[in-house]
Design a protein. Structure first.
Length: 376
């Protein structure tokens, strides 16, 4: 999070001193718009709907006031229970949320744990034995823990649902309704989504009580500093075109999107054959493989990461120079999420989309949504 031209400070928001000390050490200069709007009502105990894209500082917008509220009302968690439950769609995003809670709460000593699939459940069960202050989980693994009686949800004081629209895309809505039915009726609920399709509006209405509504990004507004281009090319020509672009001097770090997991692996094999180091991240990879690929991308050892939309929801890297849509998404909103991975933290970026003849309807839908004709 970088300094904004904003006279507001974190101290003005009324956060407790151990929190302001930690965020000062992280060199956060001023709150982002979502933080400025969300932190005061969350501190007051209000339910909240936050409409915000990734990269807006959303995690701090709920993590900071939650830590503040726990500090103001200290109590020992009950065995096999948690005081705060954060639901997130992907393993990577869940891990980043845990890291954020630990970073901001380093002087508050709360117990925080992660519950995700793709790794052994034994350690997660052990972490719950004495109870937790904060549990961050993906919905499937959370239900596994509840069904095995390792976790009960009757003590949850604060529920956070992060990236609700992605939960819908991934088919988690039924799981979320099941989880919500296990929670106390009296609780604080914080609901974050980049978009609000009808089914998400219905879910929010069922979960929240008199919520404060905060929106910091106009719906489907693409990043101002992203230079967008489309290249019309048939499917067979895409691999050679991708290799040609990635060899260019202008490409620093590139995130390439495919529509399917097998497509991601196929693109990586083609790039490796062309002498370009690349790795893939998607749901068929083990957690260890995903973590290694992401670490190599972050530290610059791999300059090209090929991802599916679901896996990419946890990629938070500031200096991605290029987003390349190897396959155009068939859902227009997804285009906005994809290209928002570049031009973060005040940087500029380039988004290049390959469009085969059978993808032209997708391109028309995208241009209608963003109210812009993408230059060819």
């Amino acid at each position: 999070m970088k300094e904004l031209n904003n006279s507001m400070t974190f101290q003005v928001l009324g956060l407790t001193e151990p929190l302001t000390r930690a965020i000062t050490e992280e060199r956060y200069q001023a709150p982002t718009p979502i933080q400025t709007a969300a932190i005061p009502p969350v501190l007051q105990g209000r339910d909240l709907i936050g409409i915000a894209q990734t990269g807006t500082g959303k995690t701090a917008a709920f993590a900071l006031p939650i830590l503040d509220r726990l500090a103001a009302q200290p109590r020992r968690p009950q065995p096999r229970a948690c005081r705060v439950l954060v639901l997130s769609p992907t393993r990577e995003l869940s891990g980043q949320i845990v890291d954020s809670f630990k970073t901001y709460g380093r002087y508050l000593r709360f117990s925080i744990a992660l519950a995700i699939g793709g790794v052994g459940i034994g350690r997660q069960i052990r972490s719950l034995v004495n109870g937790l202050d904060i549990l961050v989980a993906t919905p499937g693994r959370l239900l596994d823990l509840c069904r095995s009686r390792a976790l009960r949800l009757d003590q949850v004081e604060i529920l956070v649902l992060d990236e609700a629209d992605r939960m819908l895309d991934m088919g988690f809505i039924h799981d979320i309704r099941t989880i919500v039915d296990m929670l106390p009726k009296k609780r604080q609920t914080l609901f974050f989504s980049a978009t609000m399709p009808a089914e998400i509006v219905g879910l929010a209405d069922a979960m929240l009580t008199d919520p404060v509504k905060v929106s910091v990004t106009p719906p489907a507004r693409t990043a101002d500093k992203v230079e967008q281009r489309v290249i019309h090319v048939e499917k067979a020509g895409k691999p050679a075109l991708l290799a040609e672009i990635l060899r260019g001097d202008a490409v620093g770090r590139a995130l390439v999107f495919t529509r399917t997991k097998h497509g991601a692996d196929r693109v990586v094999r083609g790039l490796n054959s062309a002498g370009i180091a690349a790795d893939a991240i998607h749901g068929n990879k083990s957690q260890g493989q995903r973590d290694r690929a992401l670490a190599q991308f972050r530290n610059g050892r791999t300059r090209t990461l090929v991802a599916t939309d679901i896996a990419a929801r946890g990629i938070d890297v500031d200096d991605i120079s290029h987003v390349i849509n190897f396959d155009l998404p068939n859902i227009a909103d997804t285009y906005v999420h994809r290209i928002g991975r570049t031009a973060r933290a005040g940087n500029s970026g380039v988004a290049i989309s390959f469009c085969a003849s059978d993808e032209r309807p997708f391109l028309r839908d995208i241009e209608t949504l963003i109210r812009l004709q993408i230059p060819a």
